[in-house]
Design a protein around this ligand. Structure first.
Ligand SMILES: *Cc1c(COP(=O)(O)O)cnc(C)c1O
Length: 448
């Protein structure tokens, strides 16, 4: 095994990296009241806020965009996109949307009524919000190991099958659909095994419940199945992906993840039962069924991107990147959620900065320091975001696809070493001003 991770692409278009001094960043961060969401991206060197919509597209994707057919109805680009989705998922009914949460709103709007329940391993926050907005309940049934940050388990995204079975038995009349999120974003980008997907499908179907995947990171999940689930080590990614989709009745997709595009999403379904209602809703708020809130060029880029996401050289590099970052941090004595997720590494700031009490936001302290040190923008996922409901104080580094190189990572790791050596000097924060909802986006801090 070679030690150096090689990016399986060469670079044709470049964008300069912003390099500022620590003093300049001190000034910028203070002006933003220490909230990284309020820092302009032109002042950020390495942007790890999210992997969503931040992908670098390939020459083939840009080329496909140039030949897009922007006709209002019946566009050739729609048919190319639709055939690609059907080829990968085997689902015949494909509804384009502008992004994942639009797919959620449409499907749940058609299926959910107050008092209903939707089980999953973990619902992503927009998924949960769209379910709760309709008066229904989003129920998380991830395995217990999935909630313990340093518990090593190859498939921490698995759903707890015995709890799922009893939940379905008790509430089946109130469950219009059951879900699984692959990979489990809320649980740290952790994968679900093929065996777990198969068993969850069996339980849902036994109780007559349609099974819908939240498939945002289906390709990364398939790579974990290939490399961690013995029975599938000789299968191709395409074969694993087809098997995953064949077990479910449909999927919701944010193409801003494994669609390898900057905007886009879709709903794909095996059966036509809900399709007419969905299309009627789609026309009201998204657009005509052959573009659904996107330009035809977006559909073209997505059709190419879905194949590129399943390329095995790409996936090997992609997953090596996050596991390399996780491993090097752990070797340095910086605790993370283990194992590393597919798209992100989550640092356990509470453990790393034990001298900063939860009430002074250890995650925020680390996120601010990472910005000051090297211009790295991360996201606090702890008491700033969830208030008293936070069970962990994490800092998420989510990696945009095909954007940064191994030397960028090594440079950032040097910065981490520096922070580690003076970690006792880091100070917490107090909140100066905060809105009542989703406060992390606009909260203002001051230093202790
Ligand atoms: C990003 C994401 C969504 C929502 O998608 P958007 O495109 O951001 O609206 C839903 N589920 C999961 C698992 C996600 O990661």
């Amino acid at each position: 095994m070679r030690k150096t991770i090689i990016e399986p692409f060469k670079i044709k278009v470049t964008e300069p990296l912003v390099l500022k001094s620590r003093e300049e960043r001190e000034e910028i961060l203070k002006k933003a009241d220490y909230n990284l969401f309020l820092v302009k991206s032109e002042d950020v060197t390495f942007d790890f806020l999210t992997d969503s919509g931040t992908t670098a597209m390939s020459a083939n994707q840009w080329a496909a965009m140039m030949v897009a057919d922007e006709s209002y109805a019946g566009s050739r680009s729609f048919h190319r996109f639709k055939s690609k989705v059907t080829e990968i998922t085997s689902y015949d009914h494909v509804i384009p949307t502008h992004q994942g949460r639009a797919s959620e709103r449409l499907l749940f709007g058609v299926l959910l009524r107050p008092g209903m329940k939707v089980p999953s391993n973990n619902h992503f926050d927009t998924t949960r919000a769209n379910i709760e907005f309709l008066g229904a309940q989003a129920v998380d049934l991830v395995i217990p190991e999935g909630k313990i940050p340093d518990h090593e388990h190859p498939f921490k995204g698995n759903i707890d099958l015995s709890r799922l079975e009893s939940f379905c038995r008790e509430f089946k009349d109130k469950i219009p659909l059951g879900m699984l999120t692959i990979t489990n974003n809320t649980g740290g980008g952790q994968p679900v095994s093929l065996e777990n997907i198969r068993e969850a499908a069996r339980i849902y179907h036994k109780h007559g419940i349609p099974f819908i995947l939240d498939a945002c990171r289906f390709a990364e999940n398939a790579w974990f199945i290939k490399t961690r689930e013995n029975a599938h080590s000789n299968s191709s990614i395409k074969a694993i992906v087809s098997e995953i989709f064949s077990l479910a009745d449909g999927c919701l997709m944010s193409a801003k993840k494994d669609g390898m595009v900057n905007i886009g999403g879709f709903i794909a379904l095996k059966d036509s039962t809900w399709v007419q209602d969905l299309r009627n809703q789609l026309i009201l708020t998204e657009g005509f069924p052959t573009y659904g809130g996107l330009a035809a060029r977006d559909l073209e880029a997505l059709a190419v991107g879905l194949d590129e996401a399943m390329d095995e050289d790409y996936l090997r590099y992609r997953i090596a990147t996050s596991s390399y970052m996780g491993r090097r941090l752990n070797e340095m004595g910086i605790p993370t959620v283990r194992p590393a997720g597919g798209h992100a590494v989550y640092i356990d700031a509470e453990k790393f900065l034990p001298h900063i009490p939860k009430a002074q936001f250890p995650g925020q302290a680390l996120a601010a320091e990472l910005y000051l040190q090297d211009g790295v923008r991360t996201c606090e996922i702890g008491s700033v975001m969830f208030k008293e409901a936070a069970s962990m104080e994490l800092v998420r580094m989510a990696f945009p696809r095909r954007v940064y190189t191994q030397s960028h990572f090594d440079y950032i790791l040097e910065g981490f070493q520096d922070i580690k050596e003076r970690s006792r000097e880091l100070r917490g924060f107090r909140i100066k001003e905060a809105p009542p909802f989703l406060r992390h986006f606009t909260v203002k801090f001051e230093r202790f």
